[in-house]
Design a protein around this ligand. Structure first.
Ligand code: SF4
Length: 735
């Protein structure tokens, strides 16, 4: 750590909450951060840091930074505060938490701690576990539909990594993704692959920064990605380009589906005492149905079979029969992608192997985004473009650290409203809000401020700044930045390293690290024995898993630099009920979505509602912020000083809008005012405002006054519902 006197350089990890974990080399002069540079990695392709990470030290020295704990003295939201000591504020919070837990039950105290860090979120996790509280699972704030699809297809919420091939792909589709401004480690890999001859195609309604660096851009109507994938599957099958071996060995393709109830045929359906977990296939060599794990079985993947009077088809045949409806003509009319492009994409993806898909988060922010992602997963599966050997992370000993009191209750973000306002499925009355800015980032802000917040008996916000959410709090606690605290950063999807986030300077003012805050609360609640070690000692505990991949990894070793995860030697056993890639999911048969069918967006530009609100609003991720974090950083604001509505000239002209005009963007939920930015880079019929701007940065209103919080029951059934931020209709007029 850099103290006073002289110059030191400390290797740490960028803690801006996009979880890319870029290594940073930070120079400290006389106790003050003077320079931030990208730090080295064993593979140079992993070295890099974006302008956000390089500017993040401005968070530390920002004049608006919170300096000491605050207690509300007037009406909630009235922004009248009294400075209080840490001791007083923690005593008051503990008393309130205990009162609420006694009155409504322990699960009525909810926490919004991040899950992807160890100490930073882990301290709160320990408290949730020890107090039997509730953890708010924030994935549904725009990032849960893809994981729903992956749970259904691969039995793992982050299974989309199996679609990415890092081993010199010849063809790459970057689908609904803009890694050039959001996931730099991926962009560096894509650029390297392209230099080696890989053809890169970007599918996106916008000519994004990534599209500008690709070989081809395919503009698509928002929310129709599933239709495109199904059309491509249809063409792959028509041309006989499917990977039949992969389908038979690794997917549900050969499993027989009963015609009478749509469920997989099981041994137990046929034989008294037979297994209900043994799935039947039609063994072509024996000319009869047998369990799929019968030695030497050669399962059929096509055909129609009658087994003990039950008419069945292999799941692949069911899929093939379904996708026949997705003709190039129909798909082109739905997606706005020309037929010849659909054909070329399908054939290149099936034949230019290894082929890779970077499946982004754009298309899954449509109401039926899980279906779109499942269709893309299915395309990858039937062409055999799946590699289940990608390591996800080191084997860490995190569970005992995170949950010393046992597992705890969690609630999906999208169900938080009903828990707070109606007590369903259980009441929540206290919200400990860390690492989240719910007022600006949750959909349908009006419902958040008028219904959700007034029904809380306690709101505590831990942050570096007086965010819009903090303004509604009863207590505001000043948190240390990532430069001011130690943590362990595990391997994430973007690169397979374990790193140490080393404390670079001591926390400024009266700020404390999240771990310190959790530990102090824990001690005051009577859990002192669970918070009696130093941060480094807890990290050593987490590292001590005994797993071979962790041998020799210690805090001391991590201080020397990042340690790389070893790839798995064999493909992992998938966590689906069949242990196979499931493009046919019998557990959601009741919803009619056992196959990844296409459904029109819930706020479709081809619906009745579009007569009043004809434009589809996107809210893509910006280059200069991560959600609402860094929205107040001076050097980043110099580049993009205010929000803007991107609109195609063909949509602007009939509305008499010229570049720079102030416009009103509105629908039946709310409105905002901002400047128009005319761009041919956005598809006609689509408008875009980058998400994460703070309310005061608009001329009037805010983005999430326009979005909705409709719950998708299928997503809720699989994993959790997602906020459909990109499935929103609006109208625009010049002010
Ligand atoms: S990509 Fe993310 S983690 Fe890396 S430097 Fe930028 S903000 Fe930090």
């Amino acid at each position: 750590m850099g103290g006073k006197g002289g110059k030191v350089t400390v290797r740490t990890v960028c803690g801006v909450p996009d979880y890319q974990r870029c290594g940073l080399s930070v120079e400290v002069r006389d106790g003050v951060i003077s320079k931030v540079r990208p730090a080295d990695f064993p593979d140079p392709v992993d070295k890099g840091a974006c302008e956000k990470g390089l500017a993040a030290s401005e968070l530390v020295y920002h004049p608006d930074r919170l300096r000491y704990p605050l207690k509300r003295v007037g009406e909630r939201g009235g922004e009248e505060w009294r400075r209080v000591s840490w001791d007083e504020v923690l005593d008051s919070i503990v008393a309130e938490l205990q009162r609420i837990a006694t009155k409504y039950g322990s699960t009525s105290v909810a926490w919004t701690a991040p899950i992807l860090s160890n100490l930073t979120g882990g301290g709160y996790s320990r408290l949730i576990s020890l107090t039997k509280g509730t953890w708010v699972d924030w994935w549904g704030c725009g990032d849960a539909a893809g994981p729903c699809a992956d749970m259904a297809t691969f039995g793992s919420p982050m299974g989309e990594r199996y679609l990415r091939n890092f081993n010199d792909p010849r063809f790459t589709i970057v689908w609904g993704y803009n890694p050039a401004v959001t996931v730099y480690p991926f962009m560096r890999r894509i650029t390297r692959d392209r230099k080696k001859g890989c053809r890169v195609v970007v599918i996106d309604p916008r000519f994004s920064e990534t599209a500008a660096r690709a070989d081809e851009h395919v503009p698509i109507r928002p929310g129709t990605d599933g239709a495109l994938a199904l059309g491509m599957i249809n063409l792959v099958l028509e041309h006989g380009l499917q990977d039949e071996r992969f389908i038979a060995e690794s997917t549900v393709g050969p499993l027989l589906v009963r015609g009478d109830n749509g469920l997989f045929l099981r041994e137990g359906d046929l034989v008294e005492g037979g297994s209900g977990r043994s799935f039947m296939v039609f063994n072509e060599s024996a000319d009869r149905a047998q369990p799929s794990d019968t030695p030497g079985v050669t399962p059929a993947i096509t055909g129609v079979y009658t087994v003990s009077g039950i008419k069945c088809r292999p799941a692949y045949q069911v899929l093939a029969d379904m996708v026949r409806e997705y003709t190039p003509e129909w798909v082109s009319q739905i997606t706005d992608v020309p037929q010849d492009v659909i054909g070329r994409l399908a054939i290149d993806y099936a034949t230019q192997k290894p082929a890779s898909i970077y499946r982004g988060w754009g298309m899954q922010r449509s109401y039926y985004g899980d279906l779109s992602c499942r269709a893309i997963n299915t395309l990858a599966a039937i062409t055999g473009n799946i590699d289940a050997r990608r390591p996800s992370s080191f084997v860490l000993n995190a569970h005992p650290f995170l949950m010393p009191g046992g597992p705890y209750t969690s609630i999906p973000l999208m169900l938080l409203h009903d828990a707070i306002t109606k007590g369903e499925p259980f009441p929540i009355k206290a919200l400990m809000c860390t690492w989240h800015n719910l007022v600006t980032q949750m959909p349908n802000t009006n419902r958040v401020t008028s219904e959700l917040l007034p029904n809380l008996e306690l709101l505590v916000v831990c942050d570096l700044f007086m965010t819009e959410s903090a303004k509604y709090a009863d207590y505001v606690l000043p948190v240390a930045s990532f430069f001011e605290c130690t943590d362990l950063c595990r391997a994430d999807l973007q690169h397979p390293y374990l790193q140490l986030q080393q404390k670079v300077i001591e926390p400024l003012y009266e700020s404390r690290s999240d771990f310190q805050i959790a530990a102090e609360l824990g001690r005051k609640m009577g859990y002192g024995e669970y918070f009696d070690k130093t941060e480094e000692q807890y990290i050593e505990e987490i590292l001590a898993s005994g797993h071979p991949t962790m041998e020799g990894v210690s805090v001391e070793r991590l201080k020397q630099g990042p340690v790389m995860a070893k790839p798995l030697e064999r493909p992992q056993q998938l966590g689906t009920p069949t242990g196979r890639v499931e493009f046919y999911v019998e557990s959601i048969k009741q919803f009619g979505q056992e196959l990844p069918i296409y459904l029109e967006p819930v706020e479709s530009a081809r619906s009745e509602k579009a007569k009043s609100y004809p434009l589809t609003l996107l809210s893509t991720h910006p280059e200069s912020r991560v959600h609402s974090t860094l929205a107040n950083i001076p050097s980043l604001l110099k580049k993009v000083p205010e929000p803007a509505l991107q609109i195609n000239p063909s949509d602007a002209e009939p509305r008499s809008i010229v570049d720079g005009d102030v416009v009103r963007v509105f629908n039946d939920r709310g409105q905002l005012k901002t400047r128009a930015e005319l761009s041919t880079g956005i598809k006609p019929g689509v408008v875009n405002i980058t998400e994460g701007w703070w309310p005061g940065q608009y001329i009037e209103g805010h983005l999430n006054l326009l979005t909705h919080d409709m719950i998708n029951p299928v997503q809720q059934h699989i994993l959790q519902p997602n906020a459909a931020f990109y499935d929103v209709l609006v109208e625009v007029e010049r002010v």
